[in-house]
Design a protein around this ligand. Structure first.
Ligand code: NAP
Length: 234
């Protein structure tokens, strides 16, 4: 039977590249969007990851499909950058609810399905700043650090059922999120990246595809940087 993957936040950027990759690998791709989606042979669902009812409805569809659900990619994420003294409580909550609680709701519901087959993986898309911190990103870095604790706790809860949970930790990737940076800031960042360039979305998709594959069958609770050496392994 065909394997199925759910990619949350698949309409652009890293999520779209990951969805394309899984489709190329022969998966049935369930893909979520909020603001419209490109033309791809995926099963598209409009979903805000903060909404539990929407997540339940989506998993009901996945369970009704012919394919066997094997992989969840929690990629949806937002930034609302501001120095802490000026950061509003609303912007703190928005980022934590989208990036951390949304991932929790997805992982919780996905686990119920994965436990039936006792096989599969959950991959959270974190960020290098979850480990390093970043001025102006108290909310974002806290949400990404939270994913690490959550992944490692889940890895302990679900490991005996052969369900693996890992975190991809990207540095700077060429997407809409980094397009917002000024040229000056980009030059400054490049000086701190040993490989002296940003990554492409396809390079992140390579890692996501690997982590869901059988080649990664003994990898769980790991935080895997894909950052050109920016975090030196962290
Ligand atoms: P992006 O181009 O801004 O795309 C973000 C994706 O998340 C979009 O699909 C967006 O959907 C979705 N999304 C945001 N909030 C959502 C919500 N509440 N419910 C459902 N979907 C939601 O970002 P990206 O650069 O590809 O980043 C993807 C992931 O990688 C994020 O988790 C980000 O934190 C992480 N990351 C990116 C970089 C980088 O350099 N780009 C570095 C480290 C980590 P809509 O389009 O409908 O809003």
């Amino acid at each position: 039977m065909k394997p199925a993957v759910l990619v949350a936040g698949a309409n652009r950027g890293i999520g779209l590249a990951i969805a394309d990759r899984f489709h190329g690998l022969g998966y049935e791709v369930f893909a979520t969007y909020r603001s419209g989606h490109p033309d791809r042979p995926f099963r598209w669902f409009e979903l805000d990851v903060r909404e539990k009812d929407g997540i339940d409805a989506l998993f009901n569809e996945i369970e009704k499909s012919e394919a066997t659900f094997e992989a969840l990619i929690c990629n949806a994420g937002v930034t609302k950058d501001q120095l802490m003294l000026r950061m509003s409580e609303e912007d703190f909550d928005l980022v934590l609810d989208s990036n951390l609680k949304g991932a929790f709701l997805l992982a919780q519901r996905a686990s119920k399905t994965l436990l039936k087959t006792r096989k599969g993986s959950i991959t959270f898309v974190g960020s290098v700043v979850g480990m390093s911190g970043s001025a102006g990103q108290v909310n974002y870095s806290a949400s990404k650090a939270g994913l690490i604790g959550m992944a490692r706790s889940l890895a302990r809860e679900l490991g005996s059922r052969s369900i693996r949970i890992n975190v991809i930790s990207p540095g700077f990737i060429e997407t809409d999120m980094t397009a917002e940076l000024s040229e000056e800031r980009k030059e400054e960042i490049l000086k701190s990246i040993p490989l002296a360039r940003f990554a492409t979305v396809d390079e992140v998709a390579d890692l996501a595809g690997f982590l869901a594959s059988d080649s990664a069958r003994y990898i769980t609770g790991a935080v895997i940087p894909i950052d050109g050496g920016l975090g030196m392994g962290h």
